[in-house]
Structure formats: C-alpha cells, structure tokens
Design a protein around this ligand. Structure first.
Ligand code: NAI
Length: 319
C-alpha cells in the first residue's frame, strides 16, 4: 500500500475505541490502518465503521469533510502489524485494558516503530510508565485517553510518562486539536488522570446523599442532567465561580466560608462502593424504569443525545 508521509495513522485494536478513532481520523482526512489479532473482529470493524458513518451522515451528525463513503474508504484493515505500522507517523493502541497485554503489544510495536513515530495508548487507567519503561522508543510513548463515545465527546487526556519527550507530548496535543478533539495535558502521571478524579468526587457525593436517604436515585441524577450538567457543557466549575461573582477572588470572599461549612458538615470519607448493598438498592429503583434488558436501547438514546449536543457545540463554537 502506498502511504503519504505524515498522513498515515495506525490503530492497533479494532473494538469500540479503535473504531471511534478510525472514524475520527478518517473524517479529518487521514489514511487509517486498523489492525486486530482477531480477523473476524477486523472484518466486523470495517463493516461497522462504514455503516456507522453512513448513519451519522443521514442523521446530520457526521464530522469532517467528504461523504461517508469517502471517509470510510480512508479506513483500511490489515491482519499484519508491520503493514499497519509501516510509514505511519502516529499509532493509537486500543487493545483491552490489561497491563500484561499492553506490555506485550507495546513491545511488538516498539520492534517495528520508526524513530519519529508517536506511540499513544488509549488506556483509561494504566500509565505509560507501567507498560513502556523498557522500550527502545519509550521517549515517544504516552497515554492519549479518549472519553466514551469519543466521536461525540471530544476530550482527550494526554498523560506523558516521566521519560516521554516534551515535543512528543506537544505534537500529540496539536494533532488532537487538528482532528477536532479537545486535548488536556497532565504535567505528570496521576492515577485516575483528571476526568475520573472529578467524576469520582461527583459519584461520591451522590452515593453519600443516597445512603443518608436524602433523595431518590432519580432525583440525584436530575441534579446533574437538568442542573449542573447544562452549565458544565459550556463552562467548567472554576469559570462558573468566576462568573457567579465579580471574579473568582470575589466569589471566594463571598462564598468560600459557606462552601467550607457545607462540606465540613455533610461530606463523608470515600465511600466503599464495592460493598454492594447500596448499589443493589439503586439498581432496584432503576429497574422499574430501566431494567437491564433495556440498557442497550438506552445507550443508543444516550449516544444520539450526545451526538446532537456535540453538533450544537460545534455550530456554536465561534458564536
Ligand atoms: P474492546 O474489547 O472493544 O476492543 C479491544 C480490541 O483489541 C478487540 O477487537 C480485540 O480483538 C483487540 N485485541 C486484543 N488483543 C490484541 C492484540 N494483541 N493486538 C491487537 N488487537 C488486539 O475494548 P475497548 O473498549 O475498545 O477498549 C480499548 C482500550 O481503550 C482500553 O485500554 C480501554 O481502557 C480504553 N478505553 C475504553 C473506553 C470505553 O468506554 N470502552 C473509554 C476510553 C478508553
């Protein structure tokens, strides 16, 4: 296969996340090579990305340039890792979240990698220092963690290891911007990266309120999807403080004592969620409106809502 300099991207692992990256890069005009150890999965991934792009086109939520067929034609499948990597300037690893597997796959990629190739992992929890330490090209390795579904939720957490070269981190960030994702860069590795730490803080307080019998599970969730979430789709908690007074210093002068008192009074230590009694009670409440056999339909509903919101945000970008 002919490749055009910087334009080829390699994706290793063609499951949910690999397919999302493939569609995002193809929409941005890159030549995408998808590799998987499972040939059936690879065939499925090519069919699914083509169908999904066509569906997104008909729903008016497709990203990037060109028709859905043109975009799908930029996604190639290969059952050869060398062919996948040959001439690529960027590799996005998307194999299951398992440390030994990541180590093995990164070692294989390392053997075939060129000196300038960026080696990015989609890992949600593992840091690059855990699986890339021994590589010849470890300076080119880092985590670029997407958020599900990445096609409609653009945040990417870029997490360099102590040994990652700073220009690799910068180039990855620029690339993410170029393809229409929204990157953030952690200055160092930190468990949970950023999104999950904020998400856990939120979940913890939901759990705490539920356990103390303050609200139903449905009403707790409503606080986010009909309250905070609307705001947070456009501005974050810190800018919210800045806007809700005459600047964040003024906000703190006015409200910080109150916020401190509320937290001192109501916050509890980190909840032990693996003690599943609370989970069972919440599930019982949800099962009335959302039994487990209806979850797939609800996921599709969620993704179509996220697609519409992502489109709205793109349209409003410069307004
Ligand atoms: P998945 O299970 O849907 O896909 C994994 C794919 O990797 C499968 O197609 C499998 O055949 C393939 N694979 C297994 N061993 C391989 C090997 N040695 N070489 C090449 N391919 C191999 O998993 P998913 O959900 O796509 O996750 C991939 C990564 O993305 C994980 O690290 C996960 O933590 C991360 N991630 C997942 C998110 C999610 O919501 N599912 C969100 C953000 C990141």
């Amino acid at each position: 296969a002919t490749v055009h300099g910087e334009e080829k991207v390699a994706i290793v692992g063609s499951g949910l996340i690999g397919q999302n990256w493939a569609m995002i890069f193809a929409g941005a005009g890159y030549n995408v090579y998808l590799f998987d150890v499972d040939p059936n999965q690879l065939t499925k991934a090519l069919v699914q990305t083509k169908q999904t792009l066509a569906r997104y086109h008909s729903q008016g939520v497709i990203r990037g340039s060109g028709t859905s067929d043109e975009q799908a034609a930029r996604i190639h499948g290969t059952s050869s890792l060398p062919e996948c990597l040959e001439g690529a300037f960027y590799v996005q690893e998307c194999v299951p979240e398992n440390l030994d597997l990541k180590k093995k796959v990164f070692a294989q990629i390392d053997e075939l990698a060129s000196d300038n190739m960026i080696l990015a992992s989609s890992s949600s929890c593992l840091c690059a220092s855990m699986f890339a330490e021994g590589l010849k090209h470890k300076e080119n390795a880092l985590v670029a963690h997407p958020i599900n579904p990445p096609y409609f939720v653009p945040l990417v957490e870029i997490v360099p290891a102590p040994f990652t070269r700073s220009d690799v981190t910068q180039k990855t960030r620029l690339l993410m911007e170029k393809i229409g994702q929204s990157p953030i860069t952690l200055q160092k590795e930190s468990l949970g990266f950023a999104l999950n730490r904020i998400q856990y803080a939120c979940i913890n307080e939901c759990w705490n309120m539920y356990q103390t019998g303050l609200l139903s599970a449905e009403d707790i969730d409503k606080v986010c999807h009909d309250g905070l979430g609307l705001r947070y789709a456009f501005i974050g908690p810190l800018e919210t403080m800045h806007l809700n007074a005459n600047g964040i210093t003024d906000y703190c002068e006015r409200y910080a004592q109150g916020a401190y008192n509320v937290q001192k009074e109501t916050f509890k230590p980190v909840p032990v969620m693996y003690d599943t009694d609370t989970a069972k009670m919440i599930e019982e409440e949800f099962s009335k409106s959302l039994p487990v056999d209806k979850l797939q339909a609800r996921r599709q509903w969620r993704d179509s809502r996220l697609a519409a919101l992502a489109k709205l945000k793109r349209e409003m970008k410069d307004v």
